[in-house]
Design a protein around this ligand. Structure first.
Ligand SMILES: [Zn+2]
Length: 133
């Protein structure tokens, strides 16, 4: 910023020139600073409209969010050993796995609940990632 009255270099945070006390006009500078990001966003949107498949092909967010643990293995473990919490050990939910181990799968209620959750593809692992495969 430059003071129009005395020509001194003034920081953008000043509303008055510290040398001559003239009010500094910020309007031109703030407009220039704000307009640039808007143009960038508009360009991104225009590019997506031009090629809608470009974004979908490069990255699948659902694949990145699913657990690396096998849904089939977890289902088998939950059906045969679920009352011992083995399927919860398998997906890394160690705390609740120990609880299941000590209480026979929360007195079988948690065991049955987990089988339904795993079979319907809504069971998540120790990091909160859904078992989909
Ligand atoms: Zn000045």
């Amino acid at each position: 910023m430059e003071c129009k009255n005395c020509g001194a270099e003034v920081g953008i945070e000043y509303r008055l020139c510290p040398y001559c006390r003239t009010e500094i006009e910020h309007t031109n500078n703030t407009q220039a600073n704000n307009s640039q990001p808007v143009i960038v966003v508009q360009n991104v949107l225009n590019n997506q409209n031009a090629d809608p498949n470009a974004f979908n092909n490069s990255f699948d967010p659902l694949a990145a969010l699913s657990s690396p643990k096998s849904k089939t293995v977890a289902l088998m473990l939950s059906i045969f050993l679920g009352y011992l919490g083995i399927h919860r050990f398998y997906v890394g939910k160690v705390g609740s796995a120990i609880l299941y181990f000590l209480t026979a799968g929360l007195f079988c209620f948690g065991w049955i609940y987990d089988i339904i959750k795993i079979a319907s593809g809504t069971f998540s692992d120790g990091r909160g990632l859904t078992l989909t495969k």
